[in-house]
Design a protein around this ligand. Sequence first.
Ligand code: 7TS
Length: 401
Amino acid sequence: MRVYLDNNATTIVDPHVFAAMEPFFVQKYGNPNSLHQFASDTHKPLKEAMQKIYAGIGASNEDSVVVTSCATESNNWVFKSIYFEYIVTGRKNHIIVSEVEHPSIIASAKFLETLGCKVTYLPINHEGIVEADTVRDFITDKTALVSIMWVNNETGAIFPIEEIAQICAEKGVLFHTDAVQAIGKLPVDVSTVPIDYLTISAHKFHGPKGVGALYMRKNKELTPLFHGGAQMGGFRSGTLNVAGIVGMGKAIEAAIDGLDFEISEVRELRDRLEDALLDLPDTFVVTPREKRVANTILVSFRGIEGEAMLWDLNRAGIGASTGSACASEDLESNPVMEAIGADADLAHTAIRFSLSRYTTSEEIDYVIDVVKEAVVRLRGISSSYAYAPEGHSDGLDVKSH
Ligand code: 7TS
């Protein structure tokens, strides 16, 4: 059996999305900016797809939703344009992020530090959540931008974005949220939350890879990163990825339609898997379930290296993760576990299982059996587990949920 439980890294393309994209490779391949019928074949589908993307996040026609190549590009764009507009001009000199943002945010922030920008990395609490009040405490009159993710990709923790956006609006500070892991998991609506910039990525919600977007509120438009032929309203030049845009439109529509299924059926399967994992001795999950999206579990198995567990799972046909796929080649401990203050042993033992609407009950049964066997096998050969003191049921001041 092959079971894919790494949906926070990427997702299978919905076959309906694939079917919607297909005509735009071999049949309708015109450049939308050309002045002939090959181009006009693409106009209506493009317009409809863009409408779906606007509707999917509650954007108004006066706002801008600019299609990019991925969330990494959208996130980089925000940081670099803020630098051009506010930091290099001397108007402001400070940015606030959380310490558990995706590397495309952290690395962008660190790059701006090398150019003289000051960055505050906000801590998370013992449940893995950024508290809104900490944002308030660090904003100064020199703060140009606050950027906090809506949902953490490792733990699935939901951050209090409504509150944080409100605080930024009150203080007159621009607010960006990386909503990559929120689309299709919870309602995302920029018409009710004062978010200035919002990042999405199609491949996280059963759309194609290589397509993302940046939402910019009216009058908050950023300097373009790509100058050229003035596509996308001049905000992002480059010939439009017609198939990708059509795919993202179809995928976001399906993700919103599937929200109820996600929070009922997917949650039920996730909870069953989580209950079984927590039934094993010395296993921990940091963020309480009600503070997480429905599809994610980050679980620590004391005494078992995350990579060793992944190896056993992979041999049994199961794909999971020890952290971001982007970082999983360097055998580092999980950054979120470290930020929570987990001891070194536990920080190396975290495994992320992330489900999707395609995950089945049979798959979950199978995964439970495989994990149980792997835990016995790997603890049997683990020196740290054998020598660990008796009764250390709580390795990080964190309760099991
Ligand atoms: N932001 C968040 C919150 C993410 O989870 C990811 C990918 C990205 C940005 C980057 O998206 P992309 O469109 O540029 O690919 N996260 C992960 C992950 O958790 N494991 O692998 C990739």
